[in-house]
Design a binder for this molecule. Structure first.
Ligand SMILES: Cc1cc2nc3c(=O)[nH]c(=O)nc-3n(C[C@H](O)[C@H](O)[C@H](O)COP(=O)(O)OP(=O)(O)OC[C@H]3O[C@@H](n4cnc5c(N)ncnc54)[C@H](O)[C@@H]3O)c2cc1C
Length: 455
């Protein structure tokens, strides 16, 4: 029998306020019969990750791409938020445990804690690279980059030691957009800020282990991205894998040594470590195995959605860890809770592909629609801009981002090139689930999955 909370309503706990978690809350607010929803989010904001690279390169400010999560959830009746870091789940007692020591009972649970960066165990990457997954990651990278230019300006001998060389690991959309944006920052902005530095010494190297960029795209889109980046001056090295990284250099598998203090890591993604401590079956990349209805096998009251979920793509593979599957899965899980409450059978999830896109830099992007239509260049870039703008939460943030984009486009300026000290983030220490022992070894990571259209 379903336990009821104080209002007599079934209680749904949602873990994570990203694309998936917020869409789950929104859909659950419309469920009939009504449910009480509690969102547990470790930060007090929802982060729009697709624009993190613009935060790192000074185009936008933190508040432009982060929205207070309470300001979003208060719009929905019977929904509330707790700022809490979930450390485990007692599946038998139906309780979510937090690092702060609280326990939240649920009738239904939706796990939407997202993913983290995977380093594939490459020596030195964990310690010396700059991931791009969180707001502190982006701010730390921004401060570090600008500091390297200041150091080189004070002591030009630093240039030969790699102060002005950035190596970007991974030629998926994150790597491509990051490489393009860094190059624009160096050649159009910092060149004027540092007139005494020979900016020709500043270089961006994009490393990709495969022989092409943008793996999920059509070969003509991949070639377009490669041509644009090379034409603009990014050194693209295809078929070159990283052997190890230190604080002062990266070493490639073929023995090449590149002096650098900045390795930006966009090559791998892995499920949030929360997945490793629940004692549930995991896929490659650590994602939690779910059935067609998106619930965990044997635990029909527990749903997993978004980057954390190992939802099938219907062709024997897994759906990519990008925004659209997260949004659609969250809505579907909420609908299945509603069906269950009504005594109706659940339905299987089917992903509606909306296409893929990646930006390469100013006036350059690639977009592919499910119909087979492909766009590149300025038109694809406008499509990318419009879509990302539409998906930013909050009118003020949308206007702020648009103003920043127009300003940057017209003036080449990056007004947010500010050095703010940010402490390095530590991975959360998670307690094993009270119901099940911790899983001994996390599942191996996946190469960065690449991006469908956000909207
Ligand atoms: C740099 C970058 C660029 C990207 N660009 C694109 C793009 O252009 N298009 C696209 O479609 N996708 C893009 N993606 C991928 C997309 O952002 C993700 O697929 C999407 O955010 C997944 O949604 P989610 O809700 O599953 O996870 P997330 O959005 O990551 O949300 C997870 C939430 O859970 C919270 N959380 C985590 N652990 C805990 C815990 N223990 N307790 C409480 N809360 C917790 C986190 O704080 C976070 O708010 C990009 C990702 C990155 C990193």
């Amino acid at each position: 029998m379903t336990k009821r909370n104080r209002n007599g309503l079934p209680r749904v706990v949602v873990v994570g306020g990203g694309f998936a978690g917020l869409n789950a809350v929104k859909s659950l607010a419309k469920v009939k019969p009504p449910v009480r929803v509690i969102l547990l989010e470790q930060h007090n904001y929802h982060l729009f990750q697709p624009l993190l690279y613009q935060l790192a390169t000074g185009v936008v400010q933190p508040a432009d791409i982060a929205h207070p999560v309470r300001g979003i959830v208060r719009r929905y009746r019977r929904a509330s938020v707790r700022m809490a870091t979930v450390s485990g789940v007692d599946l038998d007692a139906r309780e979510v445990l937090t690092e702060e020591g609280a326990r939240f009972h649920y009738d239904y649970l939706i796990l939407a804690a997202g993913a983290t960066t995977a380093t594939f165990g490459i020596p030195g990457v964990e310690e010396h690279s700059f991931p791009l997954k969180s707001m502190p990651d982006a701010l730390r990278l921004r401060a570090h980059l600008l500091r390297q230019f200041e150091l080189a300006d004070n002591d030009p001998a630093q240039v030969d030691k790699g102060a002005l060389t950035v190596v970007v690991g991974g030629g998926g959309p994150t790597g491509v957009e990051m490489a393009g944006a860094l190059h624009e920052l160096f050649k159009h902005v910092l060149v004027h800020d540092f007139p005494d530095l020979d900016i020709n010494h500043a270089k961006v190297v994009l490393l990709e282990a495969m022989d092409h960029l943008l793996a999920p795209f059509h070969p003509s889109s991949r070639q377009h991205a490669l041509d644009i980046l090379r034409k603009r001056g990014v050194e693209v090295r295809l078929g070159q894998a990283l052997e190890r990284a230190t604080a002062g250099e990266v070493v490639l598998k073929d023995g090449t040594v590149i002096p650098t203090r900045t390795l930006v890591w966009g090559a791998g993604v892995r499920a949030n470590p929360l997945a490793d401590v629940l004692g549930l079956e995991q896929t490659r990349g650590g994602r939690i195995v779910v059935g067609e209805d998106l619930s965990v096998p044997g635990r029909p009251e527990v749903f997993v959605v978004g980057d954390l979920a190992g939802a099938g793509d219907g062709k024997g593979g897994l759906l990519p860890q990008v925004a659209q599957p997260a949004i659609q899965e969250a809505r579907h899980a909420a609908q299945n809770i509603e069906r269950t409450l009504k005594g109706e059978p659940r339905t299987g999830f089917t992903y509606k592909d909306k296409g893929i896109m990646a930006t390469i830099g100013r006036n350059a992007a690639v977009t592919e629609l499910p119909s087979g239509a492909r766009f590149k260049g300025v038109l694809a870039w406008y499509m990318w801009l419009a879509l990302h703008l539409a998906y930013i939460i909050g009118f003020r943030s949308r206007v702020a981002v648009l103003v920043n984009w127009i300003w940057s486009y017209l003036t080449y300026d990056r007004h947010a090139r500010i050095i703010v000290a940010v402490e390095q983030q530590r991975r959360p220490a998670l307690a094993p689930s009270a119901a099940k022992p911790a899983v001994a070894a996390p599942a191996p990571a996946e190469a960065a999955t690449d991006r469908p259209v956000v909207g």
